[in-house]
Design a protein around this ligand. Structure first.
Ligand code: AMP
Length: 409
């Protein structure tokens, strides 16, 4: 693979796999453009060098071919604006970056427009998933896509765990010096590798969220690396029950009680400290207007449920996070979407930010913990916020991500 930042794109047509899978409202306005803005620096570097850019992405999960709702045509104007921030006259032809659209990602129109692109111009292709071959990783389809550019750049970390035509299979149609990670992908991979392979100790992993079953593999992999594992959120109650605690009607996966015990035993053997919340904010119903109390997490009365970690747990977790040099955070500590149950997640976010200010490296990955740091306006106070939820989770489970392997191999 080549190093993107060292490559001179002058005269090249760069085919870039991006993750423009952004949420749209009913009028097709983008409600959160983080995924698009994250990849703009990669696009701009190619254009500034004097190259042209062909962008390919999926949007949503279309089932039956071309569907207007999932068309990338809705992203043309927002993309144009993002690429031309600061221009006083946004009319095409004023010297600003031109953005063309092909209403199919393969076929004659895409081929012709790509071949006619001039340096500094951008072509956005229609949704890759309008062709079922994309998700099947079809070789012939990947080869057709590959013909559109002479350099392949993968900047879509969010889909790096998928062995799809545009994310992985396509790479083999480019020589090794003409395939590379974009700036976003590179930053994601570097920060994930820093945590997994070069973590300065003490290394604390904070794992929360609803279900133990979703997080078993990541916990098992982290047992090989972390010094401390903090377990919060709904999943903590399966561990607490497994240890003999009374958890009332808190979330519990009864078929995972033995798994929880096995994890606690493995941690002992590997000298990793697992920390469960000492106390909880309990509620008499799962609702924003529930009555609440604070109780020890292993003595929750019948009919009540733990929906957040309590103040003692916050204090203990804060101390552990504060002495850590590497921090990985995946999953909230409680039902942070409701104000009454957000304190624990907010406090942990603040502890991670404070520890980062003291020199720790912190990586926040996984949908809901990213939503939490954004909600509490702390995203710029941690070292890295990952854009790839599922991909980051699989990376930390120790899996090889096809999108990464295809570029590197
Ligand atoms: P996950 O996608 O597994 O990371 O789970 C995130 C979800 O877990 C969020 O929507 C939280 O509201 C939910 N959650 C966190 N703590 C609890 C809890 N104690 N009881 C029920 N749900 C919870």
């Amino acid at each position: 693979m080549s190093k993107f930042s060292d490559f001179n794109f002058a005269g090249h047509k760069a085919l870039i796999r991006v993750d423009f899978n952004v949420p749209l409202d009913e009028q097709f306005n983008i409600t959160d453009d983080t995924r698009m803005t994250a990849t703009i620096p990669t696009i701009k570097k190619v254009l500034t060098d004097g190259g042209s850019v062909i962008l390919m992405s999926h949007l949503g999960r279309p089932k039956d071919g071309h569907t207007d709702k999932y068309s990338l045509k809705h992203l043309v104007n927002p993309l144009y604006k993002l690429l031309n921030v600061g221009h006083t006259n946004p009319a095409i032809g004023d010297g600003s970056t031109r953005v063309f659209f092909a209403d199919d990602c393969v076929g004659p129109q895409a081929g012709l427009t790509a071949s006619m692109l001039r340096p500094g111009e951008v072509l956005l292709l229609e949704n890759l998933r309008f062709h079922k071959e994309e998700e099947k990783g079809d070789e012939a389809f990947a080869e057709k896509l590959s013909k559109l550019g002479d350099v392949y750049i993968n900047d879509a970390f969010g889909t790096a765990h998928r062995a799809h035509a545009s994310t992985a299979v396509i790479a083999k149609f480019f020589p090794t010096d003409k395939r590379m990670f974009g700036l976003l992908m590179n930053a994601e991979v570097l920060s994930a590798e820093k945590v997994l392979h070069e973590a300065e100790k003490p290394f604390c992993a904070i794992i929360g969220g609803a279900k133990v079953s979703d997080k078993i593999l990541i916990i098992e992999n982290l047992l090989e690396r972390a010094t401390d594992i903090i377990i919060g959120g709904g999943m903590a109650y399966t561990f607490l029950k497994a240890r003999g605690g009374k958890i009332g009607s808190s979330l519990c996966e009864d078929d995972r009680l033995q798994t929880a015990l096995d994890i606690l035993e493995m941690a002992k053997q590997k000298n990793v400290s697992i920390h469960l919340p000492e106390d909880s904010v309990i509620a008499d119903k799962f609702a924003a207007d529930a009555n609440t109390e604070v109780r020890p997490s292993d003595a929750i009365p019948d009919g009540w449920m733990g929906l957040d970690i309590g103040p003692k747990a916050v204090g203990i977790f804060n101390e552990i996070i504060g002495k850590s040099k590497t921090i990985l955070w995946n999953g909230p500590m409680g039902v942070f979407e409701m104000e009454k149950f957000q304190s624990g997640t907010k406090a942990v976010a603040e502890s991670v930010a404070a520890s980062t200010a003291n020199g720790a490296f912190s990586l926040v990955g996984g949908g809901d913990s990213v939503a939490a740091v954004n909600k509490f306006h702390l995203a710029d106070k941690v070292s890295y916020v990952s854009t790839g939820g599922g991909a980051m989770l699989e990376y930390f489970e120790g899996k090889v991500l096809p999108g990464i392997a295809a570029i590197k191999d």
